[in-house]
Design a protein. Structure first.
Length: 121
């Protein structure tokens, strides 16, 4: 893959991550506005966000840079959840996690992918 295509792919992935993160923040905010539960947000949001985080970790652990990007992108929705549920203690951890995972994405994107070849004994 040429360098220009490589950079364009990264830009597209980042744009999609930002868009997806913004959509999740909007959904969390809208569904929490009328919520009368003790937490202040529907009970399904932590499950959804945790599921996304687990998918991101699986991707990153399998050497896919987009796993790091997804993990970074899901942190802003976690911050929105923390604000809607008054669990402000989540926010510092989310910010640190976003930075670490964004660094992982940029580090993995800076080098071309290594093709794995099967080894036969």
């Amino acid at each position: 893959m040429r360098h220009e295509q490589w950079n364009q792919t990264a830009a597209n992935q980042i744009a999609m991550a930002v868009l997806g993160s913004g959509l999740l923040v909007s959904a969390i905010t809208v569904t929490s506005l009328g919520e009368i539960s003790a937490m202040g947000s529907p009970k399904y949001w932590p499950w959804i966000l945790t599921g996304i985080q687990v998918i991101a970790l699986c991707g990153a652990s399998n050497g896919r840079p987009v796993g790091w990007l997804l993990g970074s992108a899901v942190q802003l929705p976690w911050v929105a959840y923390a604000l809607m549920t008054s669990q402000l203690g989540f926010i510092p951890g989310c910010l640190v996690s976003a930075l670490v995972q964004a660094h992982g994405y940029l580090k993995r994107r800076s080098s071309p992918p290594v093709l794995k070849t099967a080894t036969y004994a």
